[in-house]
Write a protein that binds this ligand. Structure first.
Ligand code: 3HC
Length: 293
């Protein structure tokens, strides 16, 4: 098979990383009928993903939002593995959603370049690292792009497909079409730019929200209420930062600032202080808000 992989060649999807994003991306693929493998170096991480996805499916069925047969088929379509070497050889499309560290991602993509079938497309879910950073390591840069999902990935419709300078048209088209088959509405970003579209828009709102709160102009609760009731946002900026994870927000700011050097991209001190206290948002039980109750 040539590098011009079409959607018709994709039957098995490998998701690398069983964290918040990876597990939901994998379930999305399984629900769309693809044989899907989740790979993670941590067996505990895989077990936690499996428990959460089984619980999610059971609650959707109980609410009457998912047919039992569809849930069962999706759960059966999901495979779990700690061994990247063995599963990489089986995948037609790979979505890397591992830790946001360039050294880790480069190692993974180097390995994929050797092990994945020649026709396989290698995508990264990274929100901060453009795929050009890992493309050369694969030996097949034309088949590499970003495929960026949003949290919670089972719900959010947007997928940002980002091409780097030598990503082929076929790779872009197949990735866009795959996103559609997963029930998403992909958007295309023609040139790598820190933050792509969504995180740049989100960053602008967050900066303004932090300014209003830190200046004592309004409380975080009232700022969040205004975003919902005046602008129709599903949740306010502080609640959203807690959902995404303050460590992730801080990391995005650090990575963006390192690339742009722009004052407005600098990490926020209050967020860094919350992260230092272990207040990472919803996942740790507290962030801007307290979730323990
Ligand atoms: N996992 C899976 N499903 C979830 C979920 C989760 N964590 N949270 C909510 N849902 C589902 C619910 O089951 C429900 O499904 P249903 O309507 O079919 O029963 C649906 O989402 C709506 O949930 P709720 O009624 O409980 O609450 P809301 O109506 O407030 O929706 C929300 C929750 C979907 C999270 C909504 O508030 C929202 O869209 N918030 C904004 C999220 C957002 O902006 N995400 C992008 C973050 S940025 C990012 O991810 C980029 C990265 O690079 C940082």
């Amino acid at each position: 098979m040539s590098a011009e992989t079409g959607i018709e060649n994709i039957s098995t999807i490998l998701v690398i990383g069983a964290g918040t994003m990876g597990r939901q991306i994998a379930m999305t693929a399984a629900l769309a009928g693809f044989a899907t493998i989740i790979q993670d170096i941590s067996a505990d991480g895989l077990a936690a993903a499996r428990t959460e996805l089984e619980g999610w499916a059971a609650s959707r069925v109980a609410k009457g939002k998912l047919e039992q047969a569809t849930a069962t088929a999706a759960l059966e379509a999901l495979g779990y593995s700690t061994d990247l070497d063995s599963v990489a050889t089986k995948a037609d499309f790979i979505i890397e959603a591992a830790t946001e560290r360039l050294d880790i991602k480069t190692q993974i993509f180097e390995k994929l370049g050797v092990l994945a079938p020649a026709h396989a497309i290698l995508a990264t879910n990274s929100s901060t690292l453009g795929s050009s950073k890992v493309a050369e390591a694969t030996g097949r840069p034309a088949q590499v792009c970003n495929m960026h999902f949003f949290n919670p990935a089972l719900v959010m419709k947007c997928v940002e497909v980002v091409r780097h300078e030598t990503t082929s048209d076929a790779t872009v088209e197949t990735t866009m079409e795959l996103a559609r088959r997963l029930g998403k509405e992909p958007v295309l970003i023609n040139r790598e730019v820190p933050g792509f579209i969504a995180n740049r828009l989100m960053g602008a709102i967050q900066r303004e929200a932090l300014f209003l709160a830190e200046s004592g102009i309004a409380s975080i609760e009232d700022i969040d209420t205004t975003a919902r009731t005046a602008l129709g946002h599903p949740m306010g900026p502080f609640a959203l930062m807690d959902l995404v994870g303050l460590d992730v927000i801080d990391f995005i700011a650090q990575a963006t600032h390192a690339e742009t050097g722009a004052v407005e991209d600098a990490p926020n001190e209050r967020i860094a202080a919350l992260v230092a206290e272990g207040k990472l948002g919803r996942k740790s039980g507290a962030g801007f808000y307290d979730y323990k109750g």
